[in-house]
Write a protein that binds this ligand. Structure first.
Ligand SMILES: *Cc1c(COP(=O)(O)O)cnc(C)c1O
Length: 453
C-alpha cells in the first residue's frame, strides 16, 4: 500500500516512510492511495482480542513491515492498558452505549495512537540506524500521551514545551514525573501559543531541523489515524448485530482526528447510521456542518481544554475525500483558508455527519444528567457527546477519565473522583526545565540534551 499527499505534490511513500515523515513535504497530509474494503472481513474479525484486531487491520496498510514484527509492535502497544478489553463498550440503556477510551496509561484516548506510534518509531529507527529528537508543544493531553508513548525508547529524545502554570497540575505531573532520561518537559514562561510559535520556528529552520533530526508527534500522523480506526471496528463488532448497522457514533471533537478515523472505517465498509461531531464552545466544525461555511473564530478556553481548537488540522483529509481526491481543489481550498481564514463550500454535502455544540454550562448539565440517570461519571469532553442525543442507537466515545478533571466534576455533582494512577504520580518528584518564551533558549537546550548519531 502506498500513501499519497492530500495536496498531490509529493511522490507516494510506503507506510514506514509516511509514518516517519509525519507531514508531507508539500504541506499536505498522508492518506492511503485507496481504501481497502473490509466489509467481507468483519465477520471473521468478530471475537478477536483488541490487539489481534488491530494487527489484522494494520496488515492492510503496513505491508512493508514483516508481519511477525508488526504483531509484536502492536501487542506491546496495548500492554499498559488497565482493562483487559482495552476499549470496553459499556451499555447505559437499550439505545445508549459508552465506548471507554480512557484505560490507557495517561487516561485519555490519545494513548491508543501514541503508544503504538512510540513503538513504531523505536522499531523503524533501530532498523534504519537513525535517531530523532521529537519536539512538540502541548496544552495538556497530547504532551502527556506523547511522553508516555516515548519514554525509555531507544534512539529518541523528546522535548515538550508547555505554558507554565496553564496546564492542570495532574497533566504536569504526567509529563514531569516519568523519571526517564530521554524526556525533557520544558515549562515556558508564556502561553500555549508562545510555545507553539517556538516549535513552528524551529521546524521552519531547515538547517537546524536537519542537523537535529527534529520530528513531530502531532495529531496529523497517519499512524495515529489508522490506530484510531480500530476501536470503531472493535465497538461495531461488540454491538448486538441487529444494533450495529443502525448505530451512530458520537465523537467529542477538536482536531477532527478521532471522528475522521471512524468515518474512514465506515468508508472501508463498516456500515453505520452516521457520526455526530460534538464540539465545545469552540465550534468551527459545528458551524461548518450546519452551514457549509468553514471559518476560524477565536479560541475561548472551556471546561474541555483538549477541544479548545479553532483550526481542525485533520479536516483536510475529509476535504480530500469529499472533493473526490481532487488535490488541485484541496490546494485551492487550503490556500484560500490560510489567507482569509474562511472557505464557503458550495452545495456542502455533510455526508453521514451531523453536529452538536456544547457550551460550559451544558457540559456541567450533561455530567449531572448522566450521573443521575446511569450512575456513571463522565469527563467534560465526553459530556459534549451527550448534548441532544437523538432517539436512535448511539455509541458515545468517552475520550478521557473524569479524574483528569476533578474540579469540573466536583462543581457539577459534588463528588471527588480519583484514579490510582494519578494518585501515585503525586508521590513522585517533578523534573522539568524552565525557560523564557524564546526560541534561542530552546535551541540551546536541544544542542545540549538532543540525541545525535
Ligand atoms: C484530543 C482530545 C479530544 C479531541 O480529539 P481530536 O482528535 O482532536 O478531535 C477529545 N477529548 C480528549 C480528552 C482529548 O484529549
Amino acid at each position: 500500500m502506498k500513501f499519497v499527499s492530500t495536496r498531490g505534490k509529493v511522490e507516494p511513500l510506503g507506510f514506514s516512510e509516511a509514518v516517519m515523515e509525519g507531514l508531507a513535504g508539500d504541506g499536505g497530509l498522508f492518506v492511503p492511495e485507496f481504501l481497502p474494503d473490509i466489509s467481507n472481513k468483519l465477520e471473521s474479525w468478530r471475537g478477536l482480542s483488541y490487539s489481534k484486531l488491530c494487527f489484522e487491520f494494520f496488515k492492510l496498510f503496513a505491508d512493508d513491515i514483516p508481519q511477525g514484527d508488526l504483531e509484536k509492535i502492536i501487542d506491546a502497544s496495548y500492554k499498559k492498558f488497565d482493562d483487559a478489553q482495552i476499549a470496553p463498550l459499556s451499555k447505559l440503556d437499550d439505545k445508549t452505549y459508552l465506548l471507554e477510551l480512557y484505560h490507557g496509561p495517561t487516561l485519555a484516548f490519545k494513548d491508543f495512537a501514541l503508544q503504538l506510534l512510540g513503538n513504531l518509531y523505536e522499531y523503524l529507527l533501530e532498523k534504519s540506524g537513525r535517531v530523532i529528537n521529537v519536539l512538540g508543544a502541548t496544552s495538556g493531553d497530547t504532551g502527556s500521551a506523547a511522553i508516555n508513548g516515548l519514554f525509555g525508547k531507544k534512539n529518541v529524545n523528546i522535548f515538550i514545551l508547555y505554558p507554565d502554570g496553564r496546564v492542570s497540575p495532574l497533566q504536569e505531573r504526567q509529563m514531569t514525573c516519568t523519571g526517564a532520561s530521554n524526556v525533557f518537559p520544558i515549562a515556558i514562561d508564556g502561553t500555549f501559543d508562545d510555545a507553539q510559535a517556538i516549535v513552528k520556528e524551529l521546524f521552519g529552520d531547515a538547517d537546524f531541523k536537519k542537523k537535529w533530526s527534529l520530528a513531530a508527534v502531532n495529531s496529523i500522523n497517519l499512524a495515529r489515524i489508522l490506530a484510531q480506526c480500530v476501536y470503531y471496528v472493535y465497538a461495531y463488532l461488540k454491538l448486538p448485530p441487529d444494533r450495529a448497522q443502525s448505530a451512530r457514533f458520537v465523537v467529542p471533537t477538536g482536531n477532527f482526528g478521532n471522528v475522521l478515523a471512524g468515518w474512514l472505517a465506515c468508508k472501508m465498509g463498516m456500515k453505520v447510521r452516521g457520526f455526530t461531531v460534538a464540539t465545545n464552545q469552540n465550534d468551527i466544525l459545528y458551524r461548518l456542518f450546519k452551514t457549509g461555511v468553514y471559518e476560524v473564530g477565536e479560541v475561548k478556553p472551556s471546561y474541555a481544554p483538549s477541544m479548545d481548537i479553532q483550526v481542525s488540522s485533520n479536516f483536510e483529509r475529509f476535504i480530500y475525500f469529499a472533493e473526490n481526491k481532487d488535490t488541485c481543489k484541496v490546494r485551492e481550498i487550503m490556500q484560500a483558508f490560510k489567507s482569509s481564514g474562511k472557505w464557503i463550500f458550495e452545495n456542502f454535502n455533510a455526508d453521514v455527519f451531523s453536529s452538536v455544540r456544547c457550551d460550559d454550562s451544558s457540559i456541567k448539565k450533561n455530567i449531572r444528567n448522566v450521573y443521575e440517570k446511569y450512575g456513571k461519571i463522565i469527563d467534560p469532553h465526553t459530556a459534549c457527546g451527550f448534548e441532544n442525543l437523538d432517539g436512535g442507537v448511539n455509541v458515545v466515545l468517552s475520550t478521557a477519565h473524569p479524574a483528569k478533571f476533578p474540579e469540573v466534576i466536583k462543581s457539577a455533582i459534588s463528588r471527588d473522583v480519583k484514579s490510582p494512577i494519578l494518585e501515585e504520580l503525586k508521590q513522585r518528584k517533578i523534573e522539568r526545565m524552565e525557560c523564557g518564551a524564546n526560541s534561542d533558549f530552546i535551541r540551546e537546550i536541544i544542542k545540549e540534551r538532543g540525541i545525535r548519531k
